[in-house]
Design a binder for this molecule. Structure first.
Ligand code: PRX
Length: 664
């Protein structure tokens, strides 16, 4: 298997093309490229009319909107602004009295293998009860609620319950540390936290409630009046009198009826924190109407969802993929979906394949990192090879979160999809709310490693630094020229940063995605070449180099200076490499190993285990220009163990390169 950088090279010469099968094309909602082109043409000739029609067809509005797009305060665009609706109503109530009412909404498979099924009707009752419990505790429309939960039915219930009463949720991934959680609670000024006593991963019980307590104890969380605790395991946890309530106690006397609170289309459904190139994580704010429209519509378009499909998105609810394609999209579309608590390698690395067989999964959506690690496992142990499972139920497969290298794509296509199932390589971001560039299963000829073409109405383009289009074949900056309904509305509490980060003056008002891309000369297909800012993508998890650097220099007894870069990694896509100057002599051998471990553990505590640097190198200094700027491109070469070929004449201290390149 090759690294992403060589993958990029092999995509450049990629000439394998996989046309949709006749059967897939015939049965698909968007059938063939003519149908796709017709939709694109419709969006181009009547942009607002195109979106208004979809919004009316796809969602149930309590009060219809009269205006589609308001650009008067661009880039703070408003969509369907005078319309009113409720997201939870659209995911649950709307299905009552239809055949979906008694359909299974969620097939939950626990870490240990236990299976629980919940119908739409039952889910509505659960959501309503918890929504009533939230209301009884004083949470009201417009309040923020932080959700720090494992993958469980209750996690989805908590999100839907917030939406139901018009509270804005902010889900924090269960792998983030107490400090990261505290920063998010503080920034969002959350009035309540929903958590679990423990989470189960790979047979291990990991504390969540204790981390909430630790986070709140750090201070700045005085807005939190209530903590709701889902009792996931029987192990006891600390409960603070007057603040903490078990979820089962909170709902015990609550009615299963809770009328959904209607909100304006622009009402913030959620804020989700993500990493940027500078400073602290930013709270990406999403709307209700435009977001939900896209969540539902992309289920129909990208996944071509049919009533009998069993959909499985393996993402955690702590990430945007788990929001759009677990908590909202599948429910709004009335799908049966699998929610999985555990990890792909427990009890063995055949778990995904066995689960596809067990639940007759027909649409499977996962990340390239998972695929790459399962390839390795299958090659090492034939017992966990997908060939050992009956995967004939699959019809469509998806990939998300990072570039998929053609070798991994081919393996996925052949060994998981049996050369029958199209792969939708979906490019999008926390900020875009849903898919942007992706093949359509019944239309787009597939090219391994390419996310192909934008969805109808989505105006992605590749431009130079001044916002001018570059020709196909030339790389450039990925932008979106026109607004779209599910776009980020602002950065929570920081509209200036929103404008600066996403709509820089020199780009003619286009949305700056932060990725580089190139279009193929023949088909105009997009290929994402990776971030052009200081954002890393490790196992599909987004992280800012600055965040990790500031965590490292926060270890003030030890660290004087730190610089973090990414380097290609066979399994995780990118790996974190930190260059550290200590406040003591450069360590060697066992001492260096011990300090590296100490620093890794420190970063895990400051941010979370996902941010732990894979490599830590020590030096007396960092390579800097005479004006004191760290030369990151040199560090990237050293991280890759490449010979430095760049011009080092502006470097103040060239000898440092050898030192930083040395292993210990
Ligand atoms: O660099 C792109 C990469 O992931 C970034 C967005 O990360 P995040 O906001 O965490 O959302 C991930 C899930 C949507 C992008 O800027 N990325 C995402 N999908 C792809 C991708 N890179 C290449 N191909 C993709 N399909």
């Amino acid at each position: 298997m090759s690294t992403p950088s060589s993958a990029i090279e092999s995509t450049l010469v990629e000439n394998r093309v996989f046309e949709p099968s006749e059967a897939m094309r015939k049965s698909a909602r968007i059938s063939g490229m003519d149908a796709y082109n017709a939709l694109c043409a419709e969006a181009e000739s009547d942009f607002e009319g195109f979106w208004a029609k979809r919004a009316r067809e796809t969602l149930t509005w309590h009060k219809p909107f009269t205006k589609t797009l308001d650009s008067s305060d661009a880039p703070f665009y408003k969509w369907f602004d005078d319309g009113e609706l409720n997201a939870s109503y659209n995911c649950l109530d709307r299905h009552m009295g239809t055949p979906v009412e008694n359909k299974t909404a969620i097939i939950f498979e626990a870490d240990g293998g236990e299976i629980t099924k919940v119908t739409y009707k039952e889910l509505l009752a659960k959501v309503s009860q918890f929504a009533n419990a939230l209301k009884a505790s004083g949470v009201k429309k417009g309040d923020r609620v932080v959700i720090y939960m494992p993958m469980t039915v209750e996690g989805v219930v908590a999100m839907q319950a917030c939406a139901r009463i018009g509270a804005t949720h902010s889900v924090v991934f269960g792998g983030f540390s107490a400090k990261a959680l505290q920063e998010r609670i503080h920034d969002a000024k959350a009035v309540a936290v929903v958590t679990a006593n423990y989470q189960l991963r790979g047979g291990k019980e990991l504390p969540l409630k204790a981390i909430v307590d630790e986070g709140i104890a750090l201070g700045g969380c005085e807005t939190v009046k209530n903590v709701f605790v889902f009792q996931r395991t029987q192990t006891a946890c600390n409960m603070v009198a007057g603040r903490d309530t078990f979820m089962h106690d909170a709902v015990a006397n609550q009615s299963t009826d809770c009328p959904a609170e209607m909100v304006g289309a622009e009402h913030p459904l959620f804020v989700l924190y993500t990493s940027g190139s500078t400073g602290t994580p930013k709270g990406v704010q999403h709307s209700t109407g435009g977001y939900l429209l896209w969540a539902n519509l992309t289920m129909q378009w990208t996944f071509d969802l049919k009533p009998d499909d069993v959909f499985w998105c393996t993402a955690d609810i702590g990430w945007i993929t788990g929001h759009t394609y677990v908590a909202y999209g599948p429910l709004a579309a009335g799908a049966t979906q699998i929610v999985f608590e555990g990890v792909p390698t427990y009890p063995n690395a055949g778990r995904f394949w066995q689960m596809i067989e067990r639940h007759k999964c027909s649409i499977f959506y996962t990340a390239p990192t998972a695929i790459r690690s399962l390839i390795k496992a299958a090659e090492a142990d034939e017992k966990v090879h997908p060939a050992r499972s009956d995967l004939s139920s699959l019809r469509i497969m998806g990939s998300v979160g990072e570039p998929i290298n053609p070798e991994a794509w081919m393996w996925y296509y052949k060994h998981v999809g049996g050369e029958r199932c199209p792969i939708v390589d979906t490019f999008w971001q926390t900020e875009t709310g849903g898919h942007m560039i992706t093949p359509l299963p019944g239309a787009t000829p597939l090219v391994p490693g390419s996310c192909t073409l934008p969805l109808p109405g989505i105006t992605t383009a590749i431009v130079d630094e001044t916002g001018n289009d570059v020709p196909n074949g030339s790389g450039g900056i990925l932008v979106v020229k026109k607004p779209w309904p599910s776009m980020i509305r602002t950065i929570w509490g920081d509209p200036e940063r929103f404008k600066k980060s996403y709509f820089p003056d020199e780009l003619k008002g286009y949305y700056l995605a932060g990725d580089g891309a190139v279009r193929s000369p023949d088909r105009g297909y997009f290929r994402i070449t990776g971030r052009i800012d200081d954002v890393l993508n490790v196992s599909g998890h987004r992280m800012g180099t600055m965040e990790i650097e500031s965590a490292l220099v926060g270890k003030t007894d030890l660290v004087a200076e730190a610089a973090v870069v990414g380097r290609p990694d066979d399994t995780t896509g990118e790996a974190i490499c930190a260059f550290v100057v200590l406040k003591r002599a450069v360590p060697h051998g066992d001492e260096a190993k011990a300090i590296a471990k100490e620093l890794r553990d420190w970063v895990a505590k400051e941010i979370g285990p996902i941010a732990k640097p894979k490599d830590i190198r020590f030096g007396e200094n960092l390579p800097k220009t005479r004006s004191g700027k760290i030369m990151r491109r040199l560090l990237r070469s050293i991280a890759k163990n490449e010979k430095v070929t760049q011009d080092t004449s502006t470097l103040e201290n060239p000898a440092i390169l050898d030192q930083l390149g040395q292993a210990y």
